[in-house]
Design a protein around this ligand. Sequence first.
Ligand SMILES: [Fe+2]
Length: 196
Amino acid sequence: MALLRIPAEDRLLRGPEEIRDYLAPFGIFYERWAVEGRAGANATSEEILAAYAPEVDALKQRGGYITADVIDVTADIPGLQAMLDKFNKEHTHAEDEVRFIVRGRGIFHVHPPAGPVFAIEVEAGDLINVPAGTKHWFDLCADRDIRAIRLFREKAGWTPVYTGDGIAAGFQPLCFGPNYLPPGATVAATHPAFAA
Ligand SMILES: [Fe+2]
């Protein structure tokens, strides 16, 4: 289940409906798709696309997306940091960034035209779109693991267009998922089993 943080307001939203309602005015849609009993997270790309075909096809119709593929990112792939560095600076795209998370997690920061920057942490079962022209950046969580279905109108439209604004450097790409440690916390404080 996604988490949404608004750092400037020290707010954390956890409920899917609350998150959906917060995102709607920005044209960002957020949905949960059932993952139980579907293709395993490590199935082939073809199996994953086949398993989610009903939702993917409906979304294509709704959003005018033409193609879908599966991206698989793990900590051990060569050149990972260079790849992440392309997306962790504020940018826009000429088309929507649509992702359904099959495995792992990641964090989108969105810089809306009005109002504070907010961060959406996504995990398996979360569908999100970041509409064309929206200023945003993306980071993986500490485990550097994500697999997602991507939908496109035109793959070329997904090239990042950098704004040149260094705003991303002011926001820590901290994920609040299962491995989250609050700043300054020790493992023993948050996981008592490690205290002995
Ligand atoms: Fe992007």
